[in-house]
Ligand binder design. Structure first.
Ligand code: FUB
Length: 338
């Protein structure tokens, strides 16, 4: 099945014009779009939202996704092709439930799909699956990646070919349960003046399926070099890590979760520290906000989602719009609703 952004846009009603852009896919619900250019073509690796019939709670239990589809586009304004099921939960030996936001990478003829899922003990882990095609089908490894936990993997390839895996998310993403380095189901969220939890990063081994080092904290600091507290919840990391490189600088972007911004910070190394700069995308319709940033044919694209098609927070639709780096390297703030 196919869904063209152009045809969707031509169906736009007056009421829809309040949105920054129109849904890329209308046949299924999609979210958390991780976009990459492989062999000159744009590929999108989103979550596939379904109504699993599970009531909404603060742990995100209502996000009960069971498989992934991969989409491709010839251009950011072109037709979107759905390549069908790329990986299903039944084919992931260790997974119990909830296939959340994935990402993908390419190396030496193999495509890698990274994804979070709860294991059979209900602990979020990050898995990897491989394919010789960017659209799958992907074959999952038997075990999750050793040394990973929590959610929202994002893989960044630096100019020297080194790959880094970023991950983590608080609340339902369980990052607070790993505060001491091992899993503690009673691990509490932080409050007020306590230091906010930090996302994680580790270099990947050449096999792309294992960490080359223990995961370390990604430090996000204010203009004075100070880490954020939990009380700074309009700026601190919540989930949805992404890294892109622009003019030799590293841009770490993420969702502030309960305050619904996509924020960003700039650093000189993929490991950080990253200095907070501001908001890329203001809150969208729906509770979650999750994005990716990719350069395609000289233009920078911001992929994101909202709930325009369903009006329900767990049934989202992916979108794309242009992102602008100003001459001084900062990014223009976008408002999702006009
Ligand atoms: O799609 C499920 C979860 O919602 C993702 O993993 C988070 O980033 C949020 O978008």
């Amino acid at each position: 099945s196919q869904s063209g952004q152009d045809s969707t846009a031509s169906d736009t009603t007056a009421a829809d014009s309040k949105y920054l852009s129109q849904p890329l896919v209308t046949e299924l619900y999609t979210a958390d779009p991780s976009a990459h250019v492989f062999n000159g073509k744009l590929y999108i690796y989103p979550s596939h939202d379904i109504d699993a019939g599970i009531p909404q709670d603060d742990n995100g239990s209502h996000f009960g996704m069971r498989d992934y589809h991969v989409f491709s586009m010839d251009s950011p304004t072109g037709t979107v092709t759905d390549h069908g099921v790329a990986l299903a939960i039944e084919d992931i030996p260790w997974a119990g439930r909830q296939l959340w936001a994935p990402d993908a990478a390419f190396k030496n003829g193999t495509y890698y799909l990274y994804f979070p899922a709860k294991d059979k003990e209900d602990v979020f882990r990050i898995g990897v699956a491989t394919s010789n095609s960017p659209t799958g089908p992907f074959v999952a490894e038997k075990e999750p990646i050793k040394g990973t936990f929590s959610i929202d993997p994002a893989v960044f390839e630096d100019t020297d070919g080194t790959h880094y895996l970023y991950f983590g998310g608080i609340w339902g993403g369980q990052l607070q349960r790993w505060a001491q380095g091992t899993y503690d189901s009673t691990g509490a969220l932080r409050q007020g003046t306590q230091e906010a939890f930090l996302p994680k990063v580790a270099r990947l081994n050449a096999d792309m399926k294992s960490l080359a080092e223990p995961a370390r904290d990604v430090k996000i600091v204010d203009q004075n070099g100070k880490l954020f507290t939990e009380g700074d919840n309009d700026k601190r990391f919540f989930e949805a890590a992404w890294l892109h490189r622009y003019n030799g600088k590293y841009y770490f972007s993420y969702s502030t979760g309960d305050t619904h911004n996509i924020a960003y910070a700039i650093g000189d190394s993929p490991y950080g520290p990253f200095t907070y700069q501001g908001v890329i995308l203001k809150p969208v319709e729906g509770w979650t906000n999750h994005h990716s940033i990719v350069e395609f044919e000289g233009k920078w694209c911001l992929f994101y989602h909202d709930t325009q098609l369903s009006g329900q927070t767990h049934l989202r639709n992916i979108k794309v719009t242009e992102l602008t780096h100003r001459p001084d390297g900062t990014i223009e703030t976008l408002s999702a609703m006009r």
